[in-house]
Design a protein around this ligand. Sequence first.
Ligand code: KIV
Length: 271
Amino acid sequence: MPPATKRVTTLDLLAWKREGRKIVALTAYDALFGRLVDEAGADVILVGDSVNTVLAGQPTTLSATIEQMIYHSRMVRAGVERALLIVDMPFLTYQVSIEEAKRNVGRVMQQTGANGVKLEGGAQMADTVHALVEIGVPVMGHVGFTPQSVHALGGARVQGRAPEAAERIVADARALEDAGAFSLVLELMPSGVAARVTRETSIPTIGIGSGPDCDGQVLVLHDMLGLNDRFQAKFVRAYAHLADDVRNAVRAFGADVREGRYPDAEHSFER
Ligand code: KIV
């Protein structure tokens, strides 16, 4: 029998921060992409509530539901063996009360087989994070631009440019660390602010649009594959151009079918 794959744990991420080994994280929303991303060596796979914009075609993440997150997370779990699997808690499933947060997070953990959850917000979420950590749930925080607050923030804008705003981000990160979060996503902030949070906290930071000094980086898979080609933020590097590949393949198939080149003998059965 081949040796069982060693799964990445939250303790590995903490050790890697101390060793200076960068953490590679990507989103996935189904078993097939989950498996491909896992096989290619991502350390963390996030079932982001971005599924609601990227796959479900909605304008924001606000309408993502807990059922949707559970549905996609179960699929991803089926494909992932090594990476740490984290699930985003959708809007209003953890902000109303600590009791509700525990029940909803518990449901996600029980029904998906995830290794932890991510929730958005800084110091105001610290008591909730603490309560979840107390019942044994690894929690990843998310500060800077928090997409579930997109309307309050006036759009997807860089946060922490003004000195007071930068101080607030650092204070939020510290509050989450003190509450027991095992890691932090730092989204859309100046590199210097992310570098400071990374230096001044002992838990690993995973940046998106926050410069090179974080302990790791995360991107939305469909953006970096060039599949989601209507979304092109400055911070996204496209490592493939799969939207073009899909359109070209469909055009080629259409032309072959219309002109009688497909199927040919090779792709047909004689008997
Ligand atoms: O929802 C998501 O995909 C995320 C990542 C981009 C960090 O929160």
